[in-house]
Design a protein. Structure first.
Length: 251
């Protein structure tokens, strides 16, 4: 196996373990993918994260939605992962989970508005809600691709949440951030109607996030950052970073 592919598979397994440790997606829910060549590497269907193997538990699905006849089948949600990569050339990884508070809002058909400036980490002034469709269907894939056309995260009605990133670690971090924001929003609604930040303020915050953390590590001689590690994004050109994180069994 090419070293790059092997590294990406190991990163997906590590992300799955991280998701499990954080309790982001209990039961048979959750799946993770990373862009690879003309398609993607994605978690297989029906494998417990603790049993996930980098070789047999991660499946390559090509751009046409085909995978090897032998071996494991990919997650039943492979269609929306592929749709996201087609709609967002800057996306290098997709994380889907059924985290507690994000799923509660999704079941109430409530998006996350601009109640907190960190909502801008999702790529805009809100974290939108994609309409409901049966899991694993082309209809759901189309709804999600539309919701993520100008956002890096969204809720799925009566389902869960999705976060994307240029690299896997970014998508994982954003999924965790969405869950934190969802919990805060649910709590704020218990106290009354949350005060929303105006669009111009959210735009200012989004602009500030673009350079967040970059000044702390000035380029070293030769252009490399001190202590820089190889990216696990994909074989595609890197895109601007999005934001923040990796349950039991993958469907």
């Amino acid at each position: 196996m090419p070293p790059r592919k092997a590294a990406l598979k190991k990163a997906i397994v590590a992300a799955a373990h991280k998701m499990q440790s954080l309790g982001l997606s209990p039961g048979r829910s959750g799946n993770i993918s990373v862009r690879w060549k003309d398609g993607m590497l994605i978690t297989a269907s029906g494998i417990l994260p603790e049993d996930l193997d980098a070789e047999a538990g991660i499946v390559f699905v090509d751009g046409a939605g085909e995978w090897a006849a032998q071996g494991k089948a990919p997650s039943s949600e492979w269609r929306f992962h592929l749709a996201i990569y087609a709609a967002r050339p800057d996306a290098g990884a997709v994380v889907h989970c059924h985290s507690r508070f994000a799923t509660a809002l999704a079941c109430a058909r409530l998006p996350i508005p601009s109640f907190h400036y960190m909502v801008a980490k999702g790529g805009g002034s809100d974290i939108p809600l994609a309409p409901y469709a049966t899991y694993g269907t082309p209809e759901l894939a189309a709804h999600i691709a539309t919701a993520l056309a100008s956002r890096n995260a969204c809720l799925l009605a009566n389902h869960g949440q999705i976060a994307i990133g240029a690299a896997l670690e970014e998508a994982l971090e954003l999924a965790e951030e969405v869950e934190v924001l969802a919990a805060q929003y649910v709590t704020a609604r218990m106290l009354g109607e949350p005060v929303l930040l105006p669009a111009d303020e959210m735009a200012r915050v989004a602009e500030k996030f673009k350079g967040y953390g970059k000044a702390a590590n000035p380029p070293a001689p030769g252009g490399a950052k001190p202590g820089a590690q190889p990216s696990l994004a994909s074989d595609r050109p890197s895109a601007p970073a999005v934001s923040r994180l990796g349950p039991r069994q993958f469907r």
